[in-house]
Ligand binder design. Structure first.
Ligand code: G3P
Length: 218
């Protein structure tokens, strides 16, 4: 399973990269706004900066909602760096834009996926990734992990190349559950990734090892 970090925060991206487990980054307009990145040129510069830090794919989302606008923006984003994956919402125009861009060899990430049907259409259009939002489904009393499981099963059955990128991950257990059902990628906040390391028995065990070593090595 690949690990992406879901942020536009440079420090957090660097921290995850230094861990040595990072496979990519996902951003969205809200995450960019949270970092105060505004204006066309600054947004492009920020994506380029992220690409310099990480080795893997970097999702950059289009703002346009019409087909022409989406492909124009998508082509511009893709030209910034070969690591850029154009993130496009699962709308009618979005599906058309994914088809168009994928035929041109541009990687795409179909976002705001909340149903199996949306995932199938995006895969048919040639999306490189589809992003089901599991946390937001859980927030609405719907099991997000079950959606990931169903999509993984269908994509395996039809041997679609599209990767299932579990998004809107809120905590460590979401990551573990995604691994259990075979998600290709998880995109997570840094604290959820770090949370995987936590176990009180590890802390106690390490403390005792060091204590025992110190007894004989004063
Ligand atoms: O990048 C899309 C997704 O991960 C957003 O997560 O926490 O805003 O639902 P969240």
């Amino acid at each position: 399973m690949k690990f992406f970090i879901d942020t536009a925060n440079i420090e957090q991206i660097k921290e995850a990269q230094e861990l040595g487990i990072l496979d990519g980054v996902t951003t969205n307009p809200s995450l960019m706004a949270k970092e105060g990145i505004k204006g066309h040129e600054n947004i492009k510069k920020h994506y380029k900066k992220i690409c310099e830090i990480v080795d893997g794919d970097v999702s950059a989302e289009v703002i346009a909602t019409d087909f022409e606008g989406m492909i124009k923006e998508g082509e511009e984003l893709a030209s910034l760096d070969e690591q850029i994956v154009v993130k496009i919402p699962v709308t009618r125009n979005g599906i058309k834009a994914i088809k168009y861009l994928s035929e041109k060899g541009i990687s795409t990430n179909c976002t705001l996926v909340f149903s199996v049907g949306q995932a199938i259409l995006a895969a048919k259009a040639g999306a490189s990734y589809i992003s089901p939002f599991i946390g937001r489904l859980d927030d609405n009393s719907t099991n997000g992990i079950e959606l990931i499981e169903k999509i993984v099963e269908i994509f395996d059955y039809y041997e679609y190349d599209t990767e299932v990128l579990a998004a809107s991950i809120r905590h460590t257990m979401h990551i573990v559950q995604c691994a259990e059902v075979g998600a290709d990628v998880v995109t997570c906040p840094l604290n959820a990734i770090i949370g995987l390391l936590k176990h009180p028995l590890t802390d106690i065990g390490l403390e005792n090892f060091l204590k025992d070593h110190k007894k004989l090595n004063k």
